[in-house]
Design a protein around this ligand. Structure first.
Ligand code: SF4
Length: 216
């Protein structure tokens, strides 16, 4: 049944029977109980905490179960500067979350590196590693902006359909994102072929340089 199909309810059943689509009831129940895995990494976290407190109170949207745990979390709320040191932990936690799962990048730092974009220790946005669903601009975003971003996430869920979007019901397993390794710099294992090719080219260059040097 498409969303536009209208079904008449007989008079005697008015007020007792509601007819809807499976997608709508499925999304309604999910969007009204989105529990965040909080990930407060810097100053933006203060605004996130403020949004959870009584003045703004995101429990009005069914989001009050905010814990630093992937267990039963529906989305990861990344608020603050994402350092290279934190990325392996964030990716590991994301992998541990059950599907369906979402990611919200709160603030300029989480979305794109913010004022620390060129910094040696900061990644230019968590979307280099995790699939971000909603970006919230601001440095820091106000509690109203965060609420607006969370409503956008609810709207995204409203638009999903079990047939097209619910890849979590498919038989094939969802592959985890390889956890990056923090060495002298952050190594994204998905780029391993490029890293290997660059290292091999450098070795060849060095060896040919040495050979030329020994002929002189
Ligand atoms: S976006 Fe601004 S307020 Fe938020 S963590 Fe970065 S520097 Fe701090």
């Amino acid at each position: 049944m498409s969303n536009s199909t209208r079904v008449e309810i007989p008079d005697e059943l008015q007020g007792q029977v509601a007819i809807t689509t499976l997608d709508r009831i499925y999304n309604w129940s999910r969007r009204n109980s989105m529990w965040p895995l909080m990930s407060g990494l810097a100053c933006c976290a203060i605004e996130m905490i403020c949004t959870a407190a009584s003045r703004y109170d995101f429990s009005r949207f069914g989001m009050e179960v905010m814990r630093p745990s992937p267990r039963q979390a529906d989305f990861m709320l990344i608020s603050g500067t994402v350092t290279k040191k934190m990325v392996p932990q964030l990716v590991r936690l994301y992998n541990q979350m059950a599907e369906p799962k979402y990611v919200v990048a709160m603030g300029a730092c989480a979305s794109g590196g913010g004022p620390f974009k060129e910094g040696y220790s900061v990644v230019p946005g968590i979307d280099k590693f995790l699939p971000v669903d909603v970006y919230i601009p601001g440095c820091p975003p106000t509690p109203q902006a965060l609420l607006n971003g969370l409503i956008k996430l609810q709207e995204k869920i409203d638009g999903q359909t079990i047939k097209k979007d619910a890849h979590w019901y498919r038989k094939e397993p969802t592959l985890p994102i390889p956890v990056p390794i923090l060495g002298p710099d952050l190594i994204d294992l998905r780029n391993l072929p490029e890293i290997k090719a660059a290292a091999t080219a450098e070795i060849i260059d060095t060896e040919s340089g040495l050979r030329e040097g020994s002929h002189e």
